[in-house]
Design a protein around this ligand. Structure first.
Ligand code: PSV
Ligand code: MN
Length: 389
């Protein structure tokens, strides 16, 4: 039997971090479609994120991407943190960006030229300075580094350069700060990627020390990869730092989490529950781009999708499952898991929201709020935020 009160309590404390870049314009390498009402500054992105938190109650932090969210001026990043706080939010992970400068054509932290590596490490150190100002705990690193052709560069030497650069940044981390290393199978490099998989990320993090942990972006694997196995393994090793949630059909599609394969998301969340991921320090972050759909409702939907998968995972009757597994009853064990997955958890989540003083239907609450009309009317002129593809 599962303890419903405990399930509800866990759902109320779960926090899903939303990414600042999901509020801005985005696209593919073919086209960025501009939408009306899109934020023109990091502060306006936070204003939108506050709407997501207001209706879901579980999205209290916002990840920044530097330099997309670079702020100048006297109050700088501390001012941005204050803006967030005034809206009931906090600033979350600081995501580095060493992939959009011309200097990075052959890589950043793994580049063959020491001067370019210096520049990249300098940017990562600057990100830690920003964390100090914002109170952010996590530095999230993803490197586009790699090669396109066999022989282009020395694969092993690139690993040495990576280790050296990471060690310098690791040494700069303050008390309570972490380095989260994200892997990705391919793209933009097509032959080798310098951090292509969880094993490479894990090996570097292990050498660096306890403040270095691995991030699992659900869109960064080959088709058919058993992501829940990776999650179980990293949790078992105490090395799962967090998730970048999104959905993929083909490559790194960055679609709404739980849209393409809700069953996979449930299996991942079950391993999180099973592995103590709620009590361990695992960051549940979204990393998505809403290229053709309305952005704020898509982010609300995504948060709800994470909640639904989590609720189902929490509903697994673990006692019954353990019994069936111990008895070697394959079908019964599978049935326990499927019973939880097949449960319609929407009524439970409606109750949870009402108990939190929220509207049972976050999307309807957002529609009623008039925010969508307000931003279209007010955000006229200026430069819309976008990631510049
Ligand atoms: C790379 O594809 C990635 O998943 C990393 O997390 C980046 O920082 C992010 O996307 C930017 O969209
Ligand atoms: Mn990511």
């Amino acid at each position: 039997m599962t303890d419903l009160a405990a399930v509800k309590a866990a759902l109320k404390t779960q926090a899903v971090e939303t990414p600042s870049w999901a509020y801005g314009n985005s696209g593919t390498r073919f086209k960025v479609f501009a939408q009306q009402g899109v934020p023109r500054s990091p502060k306006e992105k936070l204003d939108d994120a506050a709407q997501v938190h207001a209706v879901t109650g579980v999205a209290p932090t916002v990840a920044l991407h530097i330099p997309w969210d670079k702020v100048d001026g006297p109050d700088g990043y501390a001012g941005l943190a204050k803006h967030a706080e005034e809206r009931g939010l906090r600033l979350g992970a600081i995501n580095s960006n060493t992939f959009q400068d011309d200097d990075y054509r052959l890589g950043s932290i793994c580049h063959p030229d020491a001067a370019v590596r210096r520049k990249a490490v300098g940017h990562l150190l600057e990100c830690v300075d920003i964390m100090d100002a914002t109170g952010s705990k996590d530095l999230k690193l993803w490197f586009a580094d790699g090669t396109n052709y066999p022989g282009q560069d020395d694969i092993r030497a690139r690993q040495d350069r990576l280790a050296e650069g990471l060690a310098e940044v690791y040494a700069r981390l303050g008390e309570g700060q972490r380095m989260l290393l994200e892997y990705k199978l391919f793209e933009p490099s097509f032959y080798t990627t310098d951090v292509p998989d969880w094993g490479t990320a894990y090996a570097h993090c292990l050498k660096l020390g306890p403040k270095a942990q691995v991030v699992v972006d659900t869109g960064h694997h080959a088709p058919g990869t058993n992501i829940e196995f990776i999650v179980a393994t990293l949790l078992r090793e105490g090395k799962l730092g967090g998730f970048d949630f999104n959905s993929r059909f083909y490559a790194d599609d960055d679609l709404m989490v739980g849209a393409a394969d809700p069953f996979q998301l449930f299996r991942i969340m079950y391993e999180v529950v099973r592995g103590g991921g709620f009590t361990a320090d695992v960051a549940f972050m979204l990393d998505q781009c809403h290229n053709i759909e309305a952005k704020i409702p898509a982010i609300i939907r995504s948060v709800m999708n994470v909640q639904e998968a989590t609720a189902k995972a929490l509903l697994v009757d673990r006692g019954a499952l353990a019994d069936a597994q111990a008895a070697g009853d394959v079908l019964a064990a599978n049935a326990v898991l499927m019973d939880a997955y097949d449960t319609d958890v929407r009524p439970l989540l409606r109750e949870v929201r009402e108990e939190m003083g929220l509207d049972a239907d976050p999307l309807a609450a957002y529609r009623r709020s008039g925010w969508a009309e307000k931003i279209v009317a007010e955000r006229v002129g200026g430069q819309q935020a976008g990631w510049g593809a």
